[in-house]
Ligand binder design. Structure first.
Ligand code: ZN
Length: 293
């Protein structure tokens, strides 16, 4: 099933480790979005860890600049009204959070928003120890890849003004799991939560771009296997893992529906499927928020 970016437990935050130690088979609680998104708007707002806040910035003759900490945010809209989209990391603490909005004249203001709690399910697995404890060689490989992926994930290009909507097309037809956010404990050790959507499909099934995007990275990684990353502008990125074939090159610009590769079982997986990740301001968010119901 899921691979994703799975750092060893030693790299987890204390909070993740604590969450990983909580009870078995917790059922997810429906998220309470503070402001429900208007229908027909994508992505949907869901102010929980792993969700997205849509924060109104008001009218302005120029696109406002907004950031979460030092990370620039995707700001969409026009002179009548601008909206900052804020990806909320799965590791975020529920409670009040804030973004920084820069005025064109140079001043700054804080804009607060509320992150509601959401309890994701937990999965406890007992597996062969070598699949949990990496050999020194594998650990070194993983750490090198992680450093490279940090630079990929920091990509921020200008928002694509011609995109009419950020509603995405499903990259592969197939059964979609609802395992985003699943907390995983292997042999009693907490791992990072599952940060994407798994779609079941046979090896060789076409994987298509869900939105126009520029290919910013391709490679064969220890956990994620053959992987393609797309940049959709404004810090909105998407990743496609465990591919059996990569059919695009870094620098290619793909249209919605254009082939980027094929479903496979490369990397740390037990069977063929697509692991699809969507990242906003460097936070992995639930891809389902970008899909029609
Ligand atoms: Zn997965």
């Amino acid at each position: 099933m899921p691979a994703g970016l799975i750092p060893p437990a030693s790299l987890l935050t204390r909070r993740s480790a604590l969450l990983g130690g909580l009870g078995l088979l917790a059922l997810p609680v429906a998220g309470q979005a503070a402001t429900p998104a208007p229908s027909g708007v994508w992505p949907k707002a869901l102010q929980v860890p792993g969700g997205i806040a849509r924060l109104s910035l008001g009218p302005s003759t120029v696109r406002p600049v907004a950031r979460q900490g030092h990370v620039p945010l995707l700001v969409l809209g026009d002179v009548v009204g601008w909206t900052a989209l804020v990806g909320i990391p799965l590791s975020a603490e529920p409670g009040e959070a804030a973004i920084t909005v820069q005025a064109p004249e140079g001043g700054e203001r804080q804009l607060a928003y509320l992150i509601e709690a959401k309890r994701y399910s937990e999965q406890r697995l007992t597996v062969a120890p070598r699949t949990v404890d990496l050999s020194p060689e594998d650990q070194a490989r993983y750490e090198g890849e992680r450093a490279h992926l940090e630079t990929v994930m920091a990509t921020f290009s200008e928002p694509w003004p011609h995109l009419p909507s950020l509603r995405m097309q499903v990259p592969v037809p197939g059964r979609r799991s609802s395992s985003f956010g699943l907390r995983r404990v292997f042999n009693g050790q907490a791992r990072n939560p599952h940060s994407g959507m798994d779609i079941a499909a046979g090896t060789g099934t076409k994987v298509a771009a869900p939105l126009p995007g520029r290919v910013i990275d391709t490679g064969d990684y220890f956990f994620n296997g053959q992987t393609v990353w797309l940049d959709h502008g404004g810090g909105l990125l998407s990743m496609y893992c465990h591919l059996s074939a990569i059919d695009a090159q870094t620098g290619d610009v793909l249209k919605t529906g254009e082939r980027l590769g094929a479903v496979g079982a490369t990397g740390r997986v037990t069977g063929p499927h697509l692991h699809w990740g969507v990242m906003l301001n460097r936070a992995m968010v639930d891809p389902a928020l970008f899909l029609a119901a």
